[in-house]
Ligand binder design. Structure first.
Ligand SMILES: [Zn+2]
Length: 342
């Protein structure tokens, strides 16, 4: 048996946080933070009420007040999500979050504990788990073996967001009548090689309070992908790369002639996303960071620009009106921007 099979559950639990695990499952967007707690729909029983599942950040525990009617620690959560034992959940966590297997292995000679037992009420201090600050699982998202077909390309919501039929077809988006993204606008997400790795599902309109705006397939890690990257980098290296937050920002800018545009699918840039952008940027490459003019965007853009500036010439685009999003720019404004950026 490999040494890592004897898992020190306490060390694993101490090394990972519920927030990281939710992020791993691509669920961060569905959760609201308020003080010490995160609340959202229960990912275990796949509920929709946005307050039924709560996480205490400081205690690193969760509770489902609805169907599941129970809670637990971070390993209990992974075990439930994956439908595996606590032991298997700990091994997964070690792999996903790149924990040091040595530091996470229980030395059974020393404490005489059976590895599957809960830690005894020992108050002896344990060595702090050495874990690498890489809370990401870099196992690539696998390309899907299927395509959602019969998507309605003429759904009114698409028009409402300003997309032309040409853009709709170009990006392959459409309203999904049934299937995994039923009653949502399905947006295919491609990996850098151009394979479809997931569909994001946007609720067409303002969703009810208990319905998330976006749905992503379970297990899909959006932190490993950059939306539209596969196509953006087919554009000339001389053109600036525009980085936005959302799918619609990206599609609208593209429609307005700014073809070298990608979306982070949120207001943060993961290390894997940064690496993808770096790999595809030449030494003299220009990047324009254009996040939403809101609190999250304003907070994130300097940090993102700072990281990108290590390998490219970076500009931060600032809108002169708060709560403006890149998708609010007119075709003329976009043209002026990309024309003037070089
Ligand atoms: Zn539940």
């Amino acid at each position: 048996m490999p040494k890592s099979s004897f898992v020190d559950f306490k060390a694993v639990k101490a090394a990972i946080h519920m927030e990281q695990v939710l992020q791993h499952y691509g669920l961060s967007d569905q959760f609201k933070k308020s003080g010490d707690s995160l609340s959202g729909p229960c990912p275990i029983h796949k509920g929709s009420n946005p307050t039924q599942f709560r996480v205490s950040i400081s205690k690193n525990i969760w509770n489902c007040f609805s169907e599941c009617k129970h809670g637990g620690n971070v390993l209990d959560f992974i075990a439930r999500m994956e439908n595996v034992s606590i032991h298997a959940a700990a091994l997964k966590a070690i792999e996903w979050f790149q924990l040091d297997p040595e530091a996470m292995s229980a030395n059974s000679d020393e404490n005489g504990e059976h590895p599957s037992e809960a830690p005894k009420n020992s108050t002896a201090p344990r060595p702090k788990p050495a874990f690498k600050p890489a809370p990401e699982n870099n196992t690539p998202n696998k390309p899907l073996q299927f395509r959602l077909d019969k998507l309605d390309r003429e759904h009114p919501y698409l028009k409402e967001r300003g997309l032309t039929l040409e853009t709709i077809i170009d990006f392959g988006v459409g309203y999904c009548g049934k299937g995994m993204m039923a009653e949502r606008i399905a947006i295919p997400i491609h990996n850098p090689e151009g394979g479809v790795v997931a569909y994001a599902g946007r609720w067409p309109g303002e969703p009810a309070e208990d319905t998330p705006k976006y749905k992503l397939p379970q297990g899909f890690r959006k932190s490993l992908e950059v939306f539209n990257l596969d196509r953006a980098f087919k554009e000339s290296a001389d053109k600036p790369l525009v980085i936005v937050e959302g799918f619609f920002d990206c599609m609208i800018l593209h429609q307005h002639g700014c073809k070298k545009v990608v979306a982070l699918m949120g207001s943060s840039m993961s290390p894997a996303q940064e690496e993808l952008i770096r790999q595809h940027t030449s030494a003299s490459g220009h990047i324009i960071v254009m996040l939403d003019e809101d609190e999250a965007g304003q907070e994130a853009r300097e940090e993102i620009a700072g990281r990108l500036a290590k390998f490219a010439f970076v500009k931060v685009y600032i809108f002169n009106k708060t709560s403006t999003r890149p998708e609010d720019l007119s075709a003329e404004e976009v043209q002026a921007l990309i024309g003037g950026a070089l």
